[in-house]
Ligand binder design. Structure first.
Ligand SMILES: Nc1ncnc2c1ncn2[C@@H]1O[C@H](COP(=O)(O)OP(=O)(O)O)[C@@H](O)[C@H]1O
Ligand SMILES: [Mg+2]
Length: 208
């Protein structure tokens, strides 16, 4: 862990989930620092075991926010990750945000392409997640208007098998099931919005 201690305050706030709070790294705007809300659970420490394993295997790509180590902060230990930003510097917004607000066919098509890419990659490499949710993916918009879907949370697995028994073929099966359940849940949630419904239907029909 780095010796230096950083000060986090409200001006650096990015977002809050059910387990963590996320701040912009005060000395590096391309990174964020996450703090566990419940210290005892050590949620992030568990997630990081998987990050380390995948990075040893060389399978972490730019579709998954990279992990950069621990850091002392004025509110305790923080975990440093890459912070997704759009081409204009704005912090990338969640997939949920775009699904709820966008009427733009092109953007929704790009979102589909981004999620399809992430899905294919996760299945091919057996990258497991505890829970796949649209608010744990952000859509990073690039210069040409199209973008990339990045997974920012949820890496790990909540199966009973310990990691060492987790063979790749089994992991792939688990990832396929997580995506399938996610797609079905999204089709139910957006059953009244045909544009979004079709995205998840197309994802569901992909053969990988
Ligand atoms: N790497 C990141 N890039 C951009 N925004 C992020 C990133 N990590 C987290 N966020 C924002 O912070 C929120 C909380 O972070 P998250 O890791 O999802 O916490 P939790 O584990 O509690 O769900 C996210 O919903 C998102 O809005
Ligand atoms: Mg989250």
């Amino acid at each position: 862990m780095a010796k230096e201690m950083v000060e986090l305050d409200d001006s650096l706030f990015v977002g809050r989930g059910s387990k963590r709070i996320c701040y912009i790294h005060p000395h590096d705007e391309t990174k964020c620092i996450k703090l566990d809300l419940d210290r005892k659970h050590r949620h992030t420490a568990k997630e990081i075991r998987y990050y380390k394993r995948y990075s040893r295997q060389g399978i972490l790509v730019d579709m998954i926010a990279p992990y950069h180590g621990r850091m002392k902060t004025n509110s305790g230990v923080g975990y440093v990750f890459g912070l997704a930003r759009d081409f204009d510097g704005k912090i990338s917004r969640s997939v949920t945000y775009y699904l709820k607000t966008s009427e733009d066919e092109k953007l929704l098509n790009d979102l589909f392409a981004g999620m399809a890419c992430l899905k294919e990659y996760m299945i091919r490499h057996g990258i497991t997640v505890t829970l796949l949710e649209a608010h744990n993916m952000v859509f990073q918009i690039s210069h040409h208007g199209n973008g990339k879907v990045i997974l920012i949370d949820g890496i790990g697995n909540n199966q009973l098998l310990p990691m060492s028994f987790f063979l790749n073929s089994h992991a792939r099966k688990v990832v396929r099931r997580k995506w399938s359940n996610f797609e079905k849940a999204m089709m139910r949630r957006f059953s009244c919005d045909q544009k979004v419904y079709r995205i998840f239907m197309r994802l569901h029909e992909m053969v990988i």
